[in-house]
Ligand binder design. Structure first.
Ligand SMILES: Nc1ncnc2c1ncn2[C@@H]1O[C@H](COP(=O)(O)OP(=O)(O)OP(=O)(O)O)[C@@H](O)[C@H]1O
Length: 337
């Protein structure tokens, strides 16, 4: 590969590719370039190439071979995926489950092999959001749960096992025990990313899970208002206490655009999540405004990313998912000696 081409690819920067394309990802053969990405960001790579008048002259083949990143030790469980990411919130109702499902769908849309483990005992909403409330788990002969296949993802939730009303009365140790079992006893097929929707809050259940599950990192979801921000900071502190890297903060319900007049209304304040991210020196993975179509898509079990791929809001979701994947890689990738 010529030095000029190497330099050109290295200078192809965006927030998702903050170091451009590294030489070890590229193989040049005449007019053809094979690019192998170590994290899920093919759409962004294609966009960068298409916008570059010199590089778009080449014939590109892009593949994604997601790198297995280091994980916290957990309680001796085998890791279920190359990257295991907890989606957390210090406070309930900030849209953590919606964010988790949408990030997972976006990663799957990049071609990555994705799983979701819904560990939110206080409201296992995954079956509703994926529109498969009546689905039943099947088991292997040695009593491992086989995840359900839905929208090109592997999924498991307490909601497929027990009535949501029964789960909510579980007390701390019972809940964290059941959730660890849910993690251990699911027989995932090979996964690049497993996203775990944690119960909201920073109590004993969350702390135990942060400690006992083997995690690559955590994403903290918050709304922009002050009460949520204090809780988001507590969430970040909780993960730091048990040495789980923070991959970023996602600001959800970040304003609302009136569909009648187009005016933006900052119902929950403005830029709060961005402020926390900057104060805590972690990436801001995105600011998602309130959108009626998103709420409807979750209530009806017909996710926007999957059912309305052309919806402009999806660009935000795709960008955040790719940023999360690149943030994990940049933070944790160990360069060979
Ligand atoms: N950006 C958004 N735009 C519109 N509606 C949203 C958005 N984010 C979440 N919602 C809606 O807000 C409600 C709560 O979301 P969700 O269940 O994801 O929150 P949560 O933080 O996981 O809740 P819990 O604390 O109960 O686990 C849902 O009806 C969801 O569809």
């Amino acid at each position: 590969m010529s030095d000029a081409l190497k330099a050109h690819c290295g200078a192809l920067r965006s927030e998702i590719f903050s170091q451009g394309f590294l030489p070890e990802w590229l193989q040049v053969d005449g007019d053809s370039i094979a690019l192998t990405l170590p994290f899920a960001a093919e759409p962004e790579a294609r966009r960068l190439i298409a916008d570059d008048t010199e590089l778009n002259q080449y014939d590109w083949t892009i593949t994604t071979a997601v790198e297995a990143l280091p994980q916290s030790k957990g309680a001796g469980q085998a890791s279920a995926a190359r990257n295991v990411i907890a989606i957390a919130s210090g406070k309930g109702g900030v849209g953590k489950s919606s964010v988790c499902v949408n990030l997972a769908l976006a990663l799957a849309r990049t071609g990555a092999r994705v799983g979701i483990l819904d560990a939110d005992i206080y409201g296992p909403s995954l079956p509703t959001m994926l529109g498969n409330q009546d689905a039943k788990l099947t088991f292997t002969p040695n009593r491992k749960m086989l995840p359900l296949q839905r929208f090109d993802m592997q999924v498991n939730s307490l909601g497929y096992l027990v009535d949501a009303k029964d789960a909510t009365v579980w007390r701390g140790p019972m809940a964290s025990g059941a959730l660890q079992q849910l993690y251990n006893d699911t027989q995932w097929q090979e996964l690049d990313y497993l996203l775990i929707d944690l119960p909201p809050g920073t109590g004993d259940v969350q702390l135990t899970l942060a400690q006992k599950l083997p995690l690559t990192g955590a994403v903290v979801v918050t709304t922009p208002q002050t009460v949520a921000l204090n809780d988001a900071e507590k969430g970040i502190a909780m993960f730091r206490k048990v040495d789980v890297p923070i991959l970023g903060v996602l600001e959800n319900m970040s304003g609302f655009e009136c569909s009648a007049c187009g005016k933006l209304d900052d119902i929950f304040g403005h830029d709060g999540g961005a402020m926390v991210a900057s104060e805590q020196s972690v990436p801001l993975l995105g600011q998602w405004p309130l959108l009626k179509a998103l709420r409807l898509s979750m209530d009806e079990g017909e996710p926007l990313v999957y059912h309305q791929p052309e919806h402009p809001y999806n660009e935000r979701i795709m960008r955040s998912a790719q940023l999360m994947a690149s943030s994990a890689w940049e933070l944790l990738h160990e360069a060979p000696e």
